[in-house]
Ligand binder design. Structure first.
Ligand SMILES: Nc1ncnc2c1ncn2[C@@H]1O[C@H](COP(=O)(O)OP(=O)(O)O)[C@@H](O)[C@H]1O
Ligand SMILES: [Mg+2]
Length: 324
């Protein structure tokens, strides 16, 4: 189980520019605004500081246009709900439990972290942290172990987002006495009754998630948003790689560019390709080779040498040794 820091501690966003924590739990005005009052939506939006999260989503994640659109739509809904509440209009709290489908490395966790931050800024959740779990964190091995495990996880996730990766492993069709069923039932209850304090995101491959929902209609009916994360196109993988290198202070020498593209093409065709995660791993290994290349002939180095990846930093990879 992993936990991302709550809003206010994550680097890059979560803090006001002046460093003071964001207070979103301000009590609503006791008196509703009069019916003829006017509220400046642009100012509301600026005050919520939601734009910096949306901008980070845009700048830090390549592609994913439909995903980003949906997140913006949800942000708009919550912002308008807040303003409606000031007029005393009660819209009821929208259901925001979600399902993120897609292959590994398509950005599901990354988007969930930003979603948590966004929901916190808009006052939808108290804390804005993300607790990421799999079946093993929820389900015990013995009778009586599952309920306390699941409840412990839920306790940690309260006020934030609970991200259940490969959620379909909770359900084993071939074994109706599987303890996973117990975890599902507890989750269902909490998703219904504590919707005001927790958002659940189920994640995993689309086909498996579809059959999970087919066998668990109760779960399906509690999910309001189904968001699909497609595999990245070659040009997107390249852009993701450039973004990662840029952030880490590396560039490709001009003659490395075609090699990097070739690397990605070959890697994509190999087993266990994991989209952006494979790009990240490729860059990690290139960094390793780069450092070892420099130290193989230790001498004076300049900034350029320290930041530039050469063709051999990729060419020595296994993907160039085996036929694709
Ligand atoms: N669209 C993207 N742009 C930039 N980096 C991305 C993108 N999608 C994923 N990544 C990076 O790839 C890695 C794996 O992404 P992650 O969100 O964990 O994928 P998933 O949860 O779908 O397996 C992370 O380091 C993440 O920052
Ligand atoms: Mg993930």
């Amino acid at each position: 189980m992993s936990e991302s820091p709550g809003a206010g501690t994550r680097q890059g966003f979560g803090m006001r520019r002046n460093g003071s924590p964001v207070d979103l739990q301000e009590a609503p005005a006791a008196e509703p605004l009069p019916a003829d009052a006017r509220v400046d939506l642009a100012k509301e939006r600026a005050d919520s500081q939601v734009d910096s999260v949306l901008e980070a989503l845009d700048a830090e994640l390549v592609g994913l246009a439909p995903v980003k659109t949906r997140i913006r739509e949800i942000a708009a809904l919550l912002l308008v709900d807040r303003v409606r509440a000031r007029f005393g209009i009660d819209s009821g709290r929208p259901n925001l439990h979600m399902c993120f489908t897609g292959s590994p490395g398509t950005g599901k966790t990354s988007v969930a972290v930003r979603l948590a931050e966004l929901l916190h800024r808009l006052g939808y959740i108290r804390r804005g942290h993300l607790v990421s779990v799999t079946r093993d964190d929820l389900v015990g091995q013995y009778v009586g172990h599952t309920a306390p495990k699941t409840k412990e996880v839920l306790k940690r996730a309260m006020g934030g987002v609970l991200f259940i990766d490969e959620a379909y492993y909770l359900y084993r069709a071939e074994n109706e006495r599987d303890y996973g069923q117990e975890a599902i039932e507890i989750l269902l209850q909490v998703m219904e009754n504590q919707r005001d304090d927790l958002v659940v995101v189920l994640a995993g491959y689309k086909d498996r998630m579809d059959s999970f929902f087919a066998s668990n209609p109760g779960m399906s009916s509690r999910i309001a948003h189904h968001i699909d994360f497609p595999d990245y196109e070659p040009a997107e993988l390249e852009a993701i790689g450039r973004l990662m290198m840029d952030r880490e202070g590396y560039t490709l020498a001009p003659e490395t560019e075609p090699v990097f593209r070739e690397y990605l093409d070959r890697r994509r065709a190999r087993p266990r390709f994991a989209n952006a995660r494979s790009v990240r791993n490729a860059i990690e290994r290139a960094r390793l080779r780069h450092a070892n290349r420099l130290l193989a002939h230790p001498g004076e180095v300049d900034r350029e040498a320290l930041t530039t990846l050469h063709p051999e930093d990729f060419l020595t990879s296994r993907v160039f040794k085996e036929a694709t």
